[in-house]
Write a protein that binds this ligand. Structure first.
Ligand code: ADE
Ligand code: ZN
Length: 363
């Protein structure tokens, strides 16, 4: 690599072949490159067709007459307007088989997009509050993760999220319920309605999770202010920030995130559907990259937001004028920010480098 590159530029290019890859190759490159997905709510992968199939299987009555009517209701104005319909959709999940089928459907999509590793969020309280035992939820999801590994070669782990609109006591109870299954999930997260439910509300439960050796992440700075990101870091001690796009409102925070190498799991199509940005052209993902932040691209709730991983990449690349170097950075970040061993990361990064070398040699 040329010696005159700044360290950040050198990092961006390390491992990447010198020969540039033309812009018209981007869709094929995005498809071919291995990648990890670090921000995907498994309940957000329930497609309307599967919601109706599960409703019929379980004798659940839906308040929409058809798949089309349900899909037509996916016109969100903010996070809460989405969450209301997302929790209603999850009401069809009752048995271990239901959870397995939902996750399996996602893994088929992930495989098609060349997602080689996925760290999936699940929301146990959405189900236990309806009388579905914790064991049913986690066993169904876990068996699908095992099947993804053996039948598809997709690696998958689970991250249990606490619903932040509920109390910390409820989160502590959920943690208690989860302890017999501690070996089946790798970390905890914090999701649901952000505004008015700051990270510090969950200080004790996150401290307990840290003692248990769980990985820690939290949604922050999606709709909430930069202070929520700061408190997720300083009070909850999270290792990644989910979304985090509002960090740009605090230049000192941006510098800190860049210095620390804290990953942001950004979800572009989600941000447009939930009106965090009005259009993709206004999305700040490119600016975040230019600030040297460890940005990743993810699908959040793909059944509701109009696209899985590669559609998130393509929509972003089309409107933000990103190039093959950015694609490399984003995919590499997804592995570096994942909760797997350094050896496993190195294996996937080597595969990524091979993909880019192949495209570069084709010119
Ligand atoms: N639960 C599912 N998707 C979410 C999102 N984008 N923000 C907060 N909670 C969520
Ligand atoms: Zn999310």
């Amino acid at each position: 690599l040329p010696a005159i590159l700044l360290p950040r530029q050198r990092d961006r290019l390390r491992g990447q072949p010198a020969c540039p890859i033309p812009q018209d190759q981007l869709p094929a490159l995005v498809q071919a490159m291995p990648k990890a997905e670090l921000h995907m709510h498994i309940e957000g992968s329930l497609e309307p067709e599967l919601i109706f199939a599960l409703a019929q299987r379980n004798g659940v009555t839906l308040s929409y007459p058809s798949v089309e009517a349900l899909r037509a209701a996916y016109a969100f104005t903010d996070l809460q307007s989405f969450l209301d319909i997302y929790y209603a959709g999850a009401s069809v999940l009752l048995t271990e088989q239901d959870f397995h089928d939902m996750a399996w459907a996602y893994f088929l999509k992930a495989k098609a997009d060349n997602v080689v590793h996925s760290e999936l969020f699940f929301d146990p309280q959405t189900h236990t509050d309806r009388g579905v035992p914790f064991e049913v939820v986690i066993k169904g999801l876990h068996s699908a993760c095992e099947r993804a590994r053996t039948e598809l070669g997709v690696s998958a782990t689970l991250i249990m999220c606490f619903l932040r609109h509920l109390s910390e006591e409820a989160a502590l109870e959920t943690l208690e319920q989860s302890l017999p299954y501690r070996h089946l999930f790798i970390g905890v997260g914090l999701d649901s309605s952000e505004r008015g439910h700051p990270p510090e509300k969950f200080a004790r439960v996150f401290a307990r999770c840290k003692e248990l050796g769980l990985h820690l992440v939290a949604h922050a700075g999606e709709e909430g202010p930069p202070e929520y990101i700061i408190n997720a870091l300083d009070v909850l001690h999270v290792e990644r920030i989910d979304h985090g796009v509002r960090c740009v409102e605090d230049p000192e925070l941006v510098k800190r995130l860049a210095r620390q190498g804290t990953a942001l799991t950004v979800c572009p199509l989600s941000n447009i559907k939930l009106c965090v940005f009005q259009t993709m052209k206004e999305h700040n993902l490119k600016a975040l990259l230019q600030h040297g932040l460890k940005v990743t691209i993810n699908s959040d709730d793909p059944a509701y937001f109009g696209g899985y991983m590669n559609q998130n990449f393509l929509a972003t690349f089309a409107d933000l004028d990103l190039d093959a170097t950015d694609a490399y950075t984003l995919a590499r970040n997804s592995f570096e920010a994942s909760f797997v061993s350094d050896t496993v990361k190195a294996g996937w990064i080597a595969q990524l480098d091979q993909t880019f070398a192949r495209f570069a040699s084709q010119g």
